[in-house]
Design a protein around this ligand. Structure first.
Ligand code: AMP
Length: 543
């Protein structure tokens, strides 16, 4: 028997329409370096409508890809509103990809139009001649004539194109399964792989972001979205904000600890999201330059494991709870969020909060061991994490239908490449990425556990651990860290003495000025391995 319910497609146009009317007074503010330029959601709705008309006039039709090469700012938010709502596909280009990869993804996705921030022209101008399918470029926030147009490409001023357009748009009814947006993985091996999100998946994911067990976003919130809009759709925050009328603060290009602290002081957001390296940088800045940040009801950290020492520091020194979450570009990205069960002692509840989090109803998870098969969720058995659900990708985008990396999928499940365990009440604890685990004398050492233990020392700003070959043990850990001047490897190893098993204590230490980061701000272990391979690291070997 079919239900009697109306078959209303879940389309992102409804979120734009709803946010810009019912919550028209909510705001998007972009930091300029000395203050914010702010528009209301009502104005955002008008700007999005003008952009949709402008893109239509340039020939953008259903399913055409519109790339963005932008910081997190008002104009990027208008593209988030307009492009999916008009039935086209928003492709957020990662401005920090290596040149070859950037050209690859824009050509692979067949972007027809790209919206570029004027401050990024020097970078984008280098790629443009190689972008085979791009016909139009809109330059926002500056002088469009600074971008030289290759043959077959027209460059326009974003502001001029929009000025000529009406402030309302009759958004079409789209198939909820149609692509609304796409992101490419920031993987460090091989070509980036494309994931295309549907209207339906993004709608449902937005609801999950807003649930109290998720990020609990509401119209009481003002969210500082530090996580880039090109990194897994800024973790779903832009569309979730439209859904509940939460104001947004966008940092634009001001991503260093000092301007972030300034944005916090001026805008006083209630919520913020970023990867651990951003939060630890901010923590060191705040320790040296104390400031009240208790206006933040909570901050979410994901993308890499959150060091427990950092979570405690924010909560105990700055009265800001840190919420740990796990996800991937392939999972939209919200997989799980570490809200502890109720009724626990503080100490017990911390154990849950250190975990990667609890899966919501829509995300099924299982652990698979190559030899033993599917493992129990008993909090002890370890296996590769596989997930499935309505906002988990079922394949990678392929323009010609040829399968891309089918080994990442297993009988309808996405193989995450993450290794961990799950408790009977659904909490995931990751041990490591399968390729980062250190196999020492037949036993495993978790690089993440070692990193967390080293970073718990107050004199350590950053620490990444990789496996390096060892004659006796096959592999041993190498700690690459940024530390205070007078700290020695001996002192750090002594500090680890009561934190990790004796046989796991690292012998190899390299102190560096900065740990290399990926295009989305995570420790770049591939680059560290290269540095090690090229003999670029000055390694101290303890007995
Ligand atoms: P990306 O698609 O770039 O966001 O990368 C996804 C990967 O980041 C995951 O497969 C994990 O390896 C890692 N990751 C994301 N969140 C966490 C977390 N909370 N703890 C540990 N690793 C994480």
């Amino acid at each position: 028997m079919l239900s009697t319910m109306q078959d209303e497609p879940l389309s992102l146009a409804t979120l734009l329409r709803y946010g810009s009317t019912v919550h028209s007074a909510a705001e998007v503010s972009t930091w300029t370096g000395s203050g914010s330029r702010t528009i209301t959601f009502g104005e955002l709705g008008e700007q999005s409508a003008r952009l949709a008309h402008g893109l239509r006039a340039l020939g953008v039709g259903e399913s055409d890809r519109v790339g963005t090469f932008m910081w997190n700012n008002n104009e990027h938010m208008a593209a988030y509103g307009a492009v999916p709502a008009m039935g086209a596909v928003l492709h957020t280009l990662n401005i920090r990809l290596f040149p070859g990869q950037l050209v690859y993804v824009a050509n692979h996705a067949e972007d027809k139009v790209v919206i570029v921030d004027a401050s990024l022209i020097p970078l984008f101008g280098k790629y443009l001649p190689e972008l085979k399918t791009v016909r139009h470029v809109l330059v926002a926030n500056g002088d469009a004539s600074a971008l030289e147009a290759p043959a077959g490409v027209e460059v326009h001023s974003y502001e001029e194109v929009l000025a000529a357009q009406p402030s309302e748009y009759d958004y079409p009814i789209v198939d909820e399964r149609a692509a609304a947006a796409m992101c490419y993985t920031s993987g460090t091996t091989g070509d980036p792989k494309g994931v295309s999100y549907s209207h339906r998946s993004m709608w449902l994911h937005s609801m999950q972001v807003c649930t109290t067990n998720g990020m609990a976003l509401s119209n009481e919130d003002k969210t500082l979205a530090i996580v880039p809009m090109f990194h897994a759709m800024s973790w779903g925050l832009p569309h979730a904000s439209l859904m509940v009328g939460a104001s947004l603060v966008m940092p634009d290009r001001f991503l260093q600890p000092e301007p972030i602290a300034q944005i916090l002081a001026v805008e006083k957001p209630t919520f913020a999201a970023a990867v651990p390296t951003i939060w630890s940088g901010l923590l060191h800045h705040l320790d040296a330059n104390p400031q009240d940040i208790s206006h933040l009801r909570e901050v979410v950290v994901g993308g890499s494991a959150a060091p427990p020492s950092m979570m405690h520091a924010f909560e105990e020194r700055f009265d800001v709870p840190v919420l740990h979450a796990w996800g991937m570009t392939e999972t939209s990205p919200l997989g799980c969020v570490a809200r502890p069960p109720s009724g626990l002692t503080t100490e017990k509840s911390w154990e849950y909060r250190y975990s990667q989090g609890r899966f919501p109803a829509s995300v099924q998870a299982r652990l698979v061991d190559e030899i033993e098969g599917v493992m129990p969720h008993d909090g002890e058995a370890v296996g590769e994490l596989e997930v499935r659900g309505p906002w988990i990708t079922a394949s990678y985008y392929s323009p010609d239908g040829a399968e891309i990396d089918p080994s990442k999928f297993n009988d309808g499940w996405l193989r995450t490449g993450d290794v961990g365990k799950i408790t009977p009440d659904g909490y995931l604890t990751l041990v490591d990425r399968s390729k980062d685990i250190i196999k020492s004398g037949g036993e495993w050492i978790s690089s993440v556990d070692l990193e967390n233990a080293v970073m718990a020392h107050g004199g350590v700003a950053e620490a990444a651990v990789i496996a390096v070959p060892d004659e006796k043990w096959d592999e041993r850990p190498l700690v690459v860290a940024v530390v205070e001047e007078d700290l020695t490897p001996e002192q750090l190893r002594e500090f680890l003495g009561d934190k990790v098993a004796r046989w796991q204590l690292p012998e190899r230490w390299a102190f560096v000025k900065e740990v290399p980061k990926t295009s989305v701000g995570k420790f770049d272990k591939k680059r560290i391995r290269e540095q090690f391979g090229n003999g670029e690291l000055d390694i101290t070997m303890l007995d």
